[in-house]
Write a protein that binds this ligand. Structure first.
Ligand SMILES: Nc1ncnc2c1ncn2[C@@H]1O[C@H](COP(=O)(O)OP(=O)(O)OP(=O)(O)O)[C@@H](O)[C@H]1O
Length: 268
């Protein structure tokens, strides 16, 4: 496994600086967020429901306008160039793909057709074929079910298909929104291992997760988002040892539930 210290993101990775995002005219959801994903690393973004994790993913992937969201301050650069104002297709062509929260696959299409849709913006047939082979090597279960309707796959297989579809673009950065959501622990372990494999093959990952244990186990660096602001960040090994994070996010303190603030009140 590649555990070299990450290079500074600089021009090689994703750099988010002072990002403020609003929905409509009045709802400010992200406040002056700074975050980096250096090339070749997995970065975990964690936080409770409503902290703003998905909003950050939308800002990166050009999806905010579909949700009446606007970047009102700061910048997001990828390989040294701003992503602000780019449409989702342009972001994908720049090398950034994403999976959406809740495993959104096309249930009526077959596994193979879902993968084909994932590779649609690739013009080169050979590149498409190579991507498909790489994805099926990574997920042998999908190869066995190529002609099956995606809606009949198990939850874990659907998540693998969602990941595989995003990988059809051979992205340099993959943004994963809660890949462990609703999955059994054994499947979560498989997804975690797959994320490590994807990173080792050279794709950086921004992993959005409420499952902090899983996220910190596979990531190099982690960020905690609370009420739209980054309240803590550091190497994942250090966050795993942090008493606040252990008690609130990892459930390692039996009293955590009693002391946990209500709603979105994660420790600052
Ligand atoms: N289109 C929208 N219009 C107005 N408010 C929104 C919109 N989308 C999200 N929000 C609000 O923004 C806040 C952050 O939501 P977001 O989905 O980014 O959080 P999250 O950390 O991803 O939560 P979860 O883990 O539950 O998905 C929430 O209060 C949510 O209600």
């Amino acid at each position: 496994m590649n555990r070299q210290p990450p290079e500074p993101a600089g021009s090689g990775g994703l750099v988010i600086r002072d990002l403020t995002v609003r929905y409509g005219r009045a709802i400010t959801v992200l406040r002056s967020v700074d975050l980096e994903v250096a090339a070749g690393t997995v970065v975990a973004l964690m936080g409770v429901n409503g902290a703003g994790k998905t909003t950050l993913a939308r800002a990166v992937t050009g999806m905010l306008p579909f949700h009446s969201g606007t970047v009102v301050g700061g910048d997001i650069t990828w390989r040294g160039r701003s992503l602000l104002g780019r449409k989702p297709g342009q972001v994908v062509r720049a090398g950034v793909s994403q999976t959406l929260e809740g495993r959104r696959i096309f249930a009526e299409l077959t596994v193979d057709q879902n993968l084909a849709v994932g590779g649609m913006s690739r013009r080169n047939d050979q590149a498409l074929k190579d991507s498909r082979t790489r994805v099926l090597d990574l997920f042998p279960k999908l190869r066995e079910r190529l002609d099956q309707r995606a809606g009949y796959l198990s939850g874990g297989e659907q998540q693998m298909l969602a990941l595989g579809r995003a990988l059809m673009q051979s992205p340099e950065l993959l943004v994963l929104d809660e890949p462990s959501l609703g999955l059994a622990p054994i499947i979560v372990d498989q997804i975690r291992e797959t994320i490590g494999t994807i990173r080792d093959a050279g794709t950086s990952v921004l992993l959005i997760e409420q499952n902090a244990m899983m996220a910190l186990a596979v990531s190099d660096h982690g960020y905690i988002l609370s009420h739209g602001a980054v309240t803590k960040h550091g190497p994942s090994s250090e966050l795993l040892a942090d008493p606040d994070i252990q008690s609130f996010y990892l459930g390692l303190d039996e009293a955590a539930d009693e002391h946990a603030p209500a709603g979105n009140g994660a420790p600052a």
